[in-house]
Design a protein. Structure first.
Length: 336
């Protein structure tokens, strides 16, 4: 993720939602220099094209980032609209049906159709340091198992997945049917020697990292492994996934952003920014449950409800070994 200082994601103007769902498309027309703005409201469906001449497109979601040179085109149709918030300023722009504009570092430049609407900005300001909300990096990493490798006995690695705050976490998994016993082990990512390894009865579904073992270090990558030993008939089954303890700077940034959301509950842009920050930092479960909670408080926001459902699906894919926690991004697609 590109390191970028983000200052001043401020409130935005609530949109009047309409029943129609016309398409919105974005097309990259130049070299992108990193994201400059966040999609904070979508009315109707949205599509993004990778570059000119490519016919296929993918959804432009709530919470998607846009970069300089991307061209956004809102299809004609009653009620279609898109709202973006710029990271480095208080700028908020809304595009309506039939509008075409190109993204610049400072805002939107009209190409055709209705001009971009500059929205009012409330006075509250926050500082969100994106450099500190990031995941550990590991080159050439082959992390998680594929779904085809999952034994019928080992169905899910529930937690931890991705980032955690605890240096002595609780581990949770599913086994169906219950085997005679299971072995849990935690390793530094590149070290074959476990920090902790323990056997449990087969019907056990959780285990606490013990107090007499070395505390896990912030910013370090770990893997945890569930092994069902061979019973003499079925071969040994094993599942593993990756997690890490968030660095103190990540905790501080997320807590500051959560405080801003609590202080300004009327600002949907802050909610979207918090969801994006949680996901980018690797707090996948918290991002999904927070999106679901936001959707319950905003029953008319179909884009937010759709985002909550999508994040829960990605969380399920992570737990079942179909996605890699290190490389899973906001726009990752997980197919059944």
């Amino acid at each position: 993720m590109t390191a970028l200082r983000v200052v001043g994601i401020l409130g935005w103007w609530l949109l009047a939602w309409a029943s129609s769902a016309p398409a919105i498309a974005a097309q990259k027309t130049g070299r992108a220099n990193g994201p400059v703005a966040l999609v904070v409201a979508v009315q109707g469906s949205a599509q993004v094209r990778a570059h000119p001449g490519v016919r296929s497109s993918s959804p432009l979601m709530l919470g998607e980032e846009v970069a300089p040179g991307q061209e956004i085109a809102v299809a004609a149709g009653r009620g279609a609209a898109l709202t973006l918030a710029w990271y480095k300023s208080s700028a908020r722009y809304r595009l309506t049906a039939g509008a075409r504009a190109v993204v610049t570092p400072a805002g939107l430049r009209r190409i055709a159709g209705p001009a971009p609407q500059r929205l009012p900005t409330p006075g509250a300001r926050i500082s969100y340091n994106r450099q500190d909300v990031r995941r550990p990096r590991e080159g050439g990493l082959m992390t998680n198992i594929r779904s085809a490798d999952l034994s019928p006995v080992l169905t899910r690695m529930n937690a931890p997945l991705g980032a955690i705050l605890e240096t002595r976490p609780r581990f949770s998994w599913n086994t169906v049917p219950a085997p005679d016993n299971v072995v849990i082990a935690v390793y530094p990512l590149r070290d074959p020697t476990p920090l902790w390894q323990q056997q449990f009865p087969g019907n056990t579904a959780t285990a606490q990292y013990p107090a007499d073992k070395p505390a896990l270090a912030p910013g370090q990558l770990y893997r945890w492994v569930v092994t069902v030993p061979s019973d003499g008939i079925q071969p040994e089954s094993k599942a593993q996934t990756i997690f890490w303890v968030a660095a103190p700077s990540v905790r501080q940034n997320l807590e500051a952003l959560r405080a801003e959301v609590r202080a300004h509950p009327e600002d949907p842009a802050l909610r979207v920014l918090l969801l994006r920050a949680l996901w980018d930092a690797g707090f996948f479960a918290e991002a999904a449950t927070t999106a679901e909670a936001f959707a319950r408080t905003q029953p008319g926001d179909t884009a937010l409800a759709g985002l909550a459902a999508r994040l829960h699906k990605l969380l399920d894919c992570l737990a079942s070994g179909r996605l890699d926690p290190i490389h899973t991004q906001w726009s990752t697609q997980c197919r059944e």
